[in-house]
Design a protein around this ligand. Structure first.
Ligand SMILES: Nc1ncnc2c1ncn2[C@@H]1O[C@H](COP(=O)(O)OP(=O)(O)OP(=O)(O)O)[C@@H](O)[C@H]1O
Length: 247
């Protein structure tokens, strides 16, 4: 697979006769940051649903890793376990628990039910909690209840909880939505840093945010790739201007 972590090829999905994904092909390397943009209904969410096993395509291939494993034969849970993490737009942290407790729970999550019974955080786990919090910039917030955090901080906490599972690919849906300028800048740096050691796919409508990510951009339209390349390259494409930017 030569430097490709995930390869989607010729994938189509039809909902009640409507082709939401139409012969879509997409590939990402193991340490790459990619932004996916496109108008409403372009198929961005459906694409992520396919990669995470929530939606099964009618045709095409979704292949993972050096062993070229097909994700189409795996359950959502298996796909999560092999290293694909997904961050939805709204944070889903446990508001009544502290940042530490949220992260401890995230470390527990992949263990078998038998391992979870009677499980206690060990010193090594607390070191890991500290490291995860530091990675996302929440080291000073560890004792605070998640419900007291700002919107941006909750998003970072959820990213840290996903990182606890050590994903090789992180799918992030509209991370900048509802964030202050300072939070956006922090999020930009965080995503750029995370993509140094794993693949990160960011679905985002905010063009200024995409510009700051300074990465390759894939434009989806009507369930297929309309253009791909630098942001300047895709935003000067007349088709992209017509269907997305010029509206
Ligand atoms: N479960 C479903 N049943 C029927 N149609 C669906 C279903 N899921 C998605 N669609 C349709 O498929 C198309 C692609 O939807 P999708 O949500 O993937 O687009 P999107 O690019 O994520 O849009 P947005 O930017 O608005 O979130 C849309 O026309 C949508 O109405």
């Amino acid at each position: 697979m030569n430097g490709t972590l995930l390869e989607v090829s010729g994938v189509s999905v039809t909902f009640d006769g409507f082709r939401a994904i139409n012969n879509l092909s997409f590939a990402i390397g193991p340490a790459e940051l990619r932004a996916i943009i496109g108008p409403n209904g372009a198929g961005k969410t459906t694409f992520m649903d396919i990669v995470t096993g929530k939606t099964r395509p009618d045709e095409g291939k979704v292949v993972w890793g050096d062993m070229a494993q097909s994700l189409l034969r795996m359950s959502e849970a298996q796909i999560a376990r092999i290293g694909i993490g997904r961050k939805f737009q709204r944070p889903t942290v446990f508001e009544d628990q502290t940042v530490t407790e949220n992260l401890v729970m995230a470390l527990r999550a992949p263990r078998s039910p038998f391992a979870v019974l009677g499980w206690r955080a060990k010193p090594a786990d607390m070191d890991r909690v500290q490291a995860l919090a530091t990675e996302v910039g929440l080291e000073d917030a560890l004792p605070r209840k998640a419900g007291e955090l700002s919107h941006g901080q909750k998003q970072w906490l959820e990213i840290a909880m996903l990182l606890a599972q050590e994903p090789k690919l992180l799918l992030v849906d509209e991370p900048a939505a509802g964030m202050t300028l300072a939070e956006r800048e922090h999020t930009t740096r965080l995503l750029v840093d995370l993509a140094k050691t794993r693949a990160v796919v960011v679905v985002e409508h905010d063009m200024e945010f995409v510009r700051r990510l300074d990465c390759r951009v894939t434009v989806l339209h009507e369930g297929a790739v309309l253009a791909e390349g630098s942001l300047d390259h895709v935003t000067s494409n007349p088709h992209v201007i017509e269907v997305y930017l010029g509206r």
